[in-house]
Design a protein. Structure first.
Lengths: 273, 293
């Protein structure tokens, strides 16, 4: 009796959450339906996953040059994530563990970059890159994203939980400062790295404007750029298009679910007063 | 080695650790920003640019497309940011309930759109709302419409769809930040409040919201910043059309710089407007945030 009562009390909450969950998932469910059906069936409004996946794949691969775009996206995102985590985490560690008044002031100034809209720096950056022959290169793609103030903040905040005694003990044992960072700090901060990795990878994978600006040809373009170009024509093959959308979504979904637990854990404590 | 020099050495190592990141931020954010400002005071093309003072700024207010796109951008911001934040908080509070059975499933469902790229999201919504798209098929079958309605071909409905798409894409993302923020709140606070006879709504206003404030401030600034720079959606959902009716300012700036006859000076002047808006919004947020301290 009391158990039923408890369930009943949660019923409105469950209904609200269920409706919102459905609203969130439906467009993605429809992507799966469309990717596995013929375009004509999609246009008829079918909602049952079909058997046309292999056919859609064949059309997609034969009409568009998807492999370079896919490998580029993977390459750009993985390199961005890796370099960005190294650069930003060591900076966050430096700001917190060795903090003094000077470093705190520098941090405050750097925080201001969070307010700098990318649109406002885009043109000078483009000219700078063109001058340095960085257009159409991986370095060109990653450079604006490598040092992210959000990541530095994340690592700076989470470093507070890293026990000072460990650092002191390691120093007495004669460990170098860089050694302490790599051998002790990095392994203990796994959840923070997971959170940073998830966010950076998603941003890099989904980056569109900058990629569109500096990647000028089929050999260097990214997967989102390819999808964007697919809709340029007049006729749309929904099966093929939605299969491409599905493929573009899989990596970020996989990264998120693989790191989900640590993601929330790593975010916790990142933004405190 | 005496103690002072050890301290100094360590401080120096700290500087070395943060130097690469700080250097990159200065070179890739502050320097281009200053360059963009100086460029905004010049007109012309390539190396033949001339100093013309604030003429680019004067031009903005005579440019109907600028006025249209900035209005549209502000509309997107004013509507979507509060919805995302408020809905994000509500969802996080609803899900922050250890006895809720399907918690994991709900959280996953609501976050899932955030893993989809903005380009892909725009393409999905564009297909769903196409004249021959799913929504029209359903409306036709139900007899609500007699012929397919061109949702994205009419300014009003196209703007609504763009905003719905943005909310769909971002709400789960905000929710995750708030969920993380809620983890930091000690359960004993709520227990104490209940013992003191506080209702749930009261606990929410007196405990949850004040303690979430830093997180709300942070997410709001991020949301405002991203709303003022809508680009991917504007390009991929509607192409800015019909006419310039759904085009966001960042899209117009991009087109003025790289698609139409390039005019870097004018583009930079317009991008300074985005900077001013972001700065003002952030400042107001900080002030409002401080006041209730």
């Amino acid at each position: 009796m009391s158990r039923n009562k408890k369930l009943l009390r949660r019923l409105p909450k469950n209904i609200v959450l269920m409706v919102i969950s459905l609203f969130c998932v439906f467009p993605l469910f429809w992507v799966v339906v469309a990717a596995t059906n013929k375009s004509v069936d999609v246009l008829r409004g079918t909602l049952i996953p079909g058997t046309n996946l292999a056919e859609n794949w064949k059309t997609l691969v034969s009409t568009y040059n998807i492999w370079p775009a896919l490998t580029n996206s993977v390459k750009y995102s993985v390199v961005t994530t890796f370099v960005s985590l190294v650069v930003s985490s060591i900076a966050g560690y430096g700001f917190e563990v060795y903090h003094d008044r000077g470093k705190d002031s520098v941090f405050k100034v750097l925080m201001l970059t969070m307010m700098v809209p990318f649109t406002a720096t885009m043109i000078p950056l483009y000219q700078m890159y063109a001058g340095m022959h960085l257009l159409d290169t991986t370095v060109g793609f990653i450079l604006p994203e490598v040092s992210a103030v959000f990541l530095i903040m994340l690592f700076r905040q989470n470093s507070r939980a890293f026990p000072k005694e460990i650092i002191e003990a390691a120093r007495i044992d004669g460990e170098s400062e860089l050694g302490i960072f790599f051998k002790m700090y990095v392994p203990t901060m796994k959840p923070t790295y997971a959170a940073g990795m998830t966010i950076t990878f998603m941003n890099a994978w989904n980056n569109f404007m900058w990629a569109k600006l500096i990647m000028s040809n089929d050999a260097t373009q990214t997967f989102p750029m390819l999808i964007s170009n697919m809709t340029a024509g007049h006729y749309t093959d929904y099966g093929e298009l939605m299969l491409a959308v599905l493929i573009s979504t899989l990596p970020t979904v996989i990264v998120f679910f693989a790191l989900q637990k640590s993601f929330v854990q790593g975010m916790t404590g990142a933004v405190k007063g | 080695m005496n103690k002072l020099s050890v301290k100094k050495r360590q401080s120096l190592i700290g500087w070395v650790f943060l130097a690469p990141a700080a250097f990159l931020l200065v070179v890739l954010k502050f320097v281009p920003l200053v360059q963009a400002f100086f460029m905004s005071l010049r007109t012309g093309r390539g190396s033949s640019m001339e100093w013309t003072g604030f003429s680019n700024y004067a031009r903005m207010f005579r440019d109907p497309n600028f006025i249209q796109t900035i209005k549209t951008t502000l509309l997107y911001m004013v509507v979507t940011v509060p919805v995302m934040i408020i809905l994000g908080i509500i969802l996080a509070v609803l899900l922050n309930d250890s006895k809720l059975r399907l918690k994991g499933i709900y959280r996953t469902c609501i976050f899932l759109p955030a893993a989809v790229s903005l380009v892909a999201s725009a393409v999905i919504f564009r297909s769903l709302f196409a004249t021959d798209g799913f929504v029209n098929v359903v409306l036709l079958k139900l007899g609500i419409l007699e012929t397919g309605y061109n949702f994205l071909g009419h300014p009003g409905s196209a703007r609504v769809i763009l905003m719905v798409m943005r909310i769909w894409r971002w709400v789960g993302y905000q929710m995750i930040f708030f969920l993380a923020g809620l983890q930091n709140i000690d359960d004993s606070l709520y227990e104490a409040a209940t013992i003191d006879g506080a209702g749930r709504l009261q606990s929410f206003w007196k405990i949850t919201l004040p303690l979430l404030k830093p997180m709300i401030l942070f997410t709001t600034i991020m949301c405002l910043n991203s709303a003022l720079q809508v680009y991917d959606e504007s390009v991929n959902l509607t192409g800015g059309g019909p006419g310039y009716s759904t085009m966001a300012l960042a899209h117009y700036i991009y087109n003025t710089s790289f698609v139409n006859v390039p005019n870097f000076g004018y583009s930079c002047a317009m991008s300074m407007m985005i900077l001013i808006f972001v700065a003002v919004m952030t400042f107001v947020q900080m002030k409002v945030g401080d006041r209730r301290e």
